[in-house]
Design a protein around this ligand. Structure first.
Ligand code: B1M
Length: 217
């Protein structure tokens, strides 16, 4: 195993073992070894979350462990986030982002926020359980280039359509690009509800947003 693979494995294991000290130590090691911070997040900690889920499914972990895994990931993010910055001063564009109404999952959304900031986007994070009205108000107030929505539940993904409807009713739909993401989201669903794009992961989401700002799509 190379040094890089070893450190990524330590990050994954730290999440699986819900070990905040270990995740902080491994995140610092990743920085010292000059592993790109986005890789440490996506190929390290986020992969650990998948194993956590498998343990939950097999009955080894319960809801408390899922929550603790999320907290462990946040501690690792706190160390890696400053190293995701590219150092450019000019903002790439403004994004209003949130997890839709009824949905409290924010780990994936937070990864997207971190990577957007790293790509020099000005990010307005509305948090979780964000109603269509709150999205519309935020667009009026912050005048973003892009609205990004996250949903992890099949029961809440329908809220994305309500947000787009709200933007249309407020005469704002043509003023922003809309991107959606989260485990149940597909390109087909994006087309069905009138979003401009769907992203399978945070890296793709940020790539699409960057392309939009460069006028490439
Ligand atoms: Co929940 N949960 N959960 N959960 N949870 C899922 C989503 C589930 C798939 C597990 C399952 O049953 N198979 C399931 C949904 C089933 C469905 O709807 N079909 C589920 C359920 C049922 C529930 C509850 C209802 C459980 C209950 O209470 N009985 C409940 C609902 C609460 C609510 O929201 N109202 C619930 C609660 C929770 C916890 C609080 C315990 C915890 C969330 C903690 C937190 O977020 N702070 C939790 C967790 C951790 C999960 C799983 C295990 C992991 C999610 C995660 O963080 N993944 C999840 C199982 C799974 O997804 N396989 C599950 C890691 C993260 C990095 O990935 O979020 O997919 P992800 O984000 C990715 C991409 O999707 C994408 O980029 C990210 C990074 O690459 N992406 C975007 C996401 N948003 C984007 C936006 C973009 C672009 C890309 O815009 C540009």
């Amino acid at each position: 195993m190379s040094n890089e693979e070893e450190i990524l494995a330590k990050l994954r294991d730290a999440i699986v073992n819900l070990d905040i000290d270990a995740v902080q130590k491994a995140a610092k090691e990743a920085i010292e070894a000059r592993i790109p911070a986005y890789k440490a997040v996506i190929n390290g900690m986020a992969k650990g979350m998948v194993s956590v889920w498998q343990k939950y499914e097999s009955g080894e972990y319960f809801l408390a462990e899922l929550i603790m895994a999320g907290e462990t990931m946040k501690e690792g993010m706190a160390i890696l986030e400053p190293h995701l910055k590219t150092g450019d001063i000019k903002s790439a564009g403004k994004v209003v982002i949130g997890t839709v109404r009824g949905d409290l999952h924010d780990i994936g959304k937070n990864v997207v926020v971190t990577l957007l900031k790293a790509a020099n986007f000005d990010v307005v994070d509305l948090g979780v359980d964000v109603s269509p009205e709150q999205f519309v108000e935020a667009v009026k107030k912050h005048k973003p280039d892009i609205v990004a929505m996250s949903a992890l539940l099949t029961t809440t993904m329908i809220e994305m359509e309500s947000v787009i409807k709200g933007l249309k009713e407020a005469g704002l739909r043509d003023k922003v690009k809309v991107i959606i993401g989260g485990a149940p989201i597909t390109q087909e669903y994006a087309e069905k509800i009138g979003a401009d794009a769907a992203a399978v992961d945070a890296v793709e989401g940020v790539r699409i947003c960057s392309e939009w700002m460069k006028g490439e799509k």
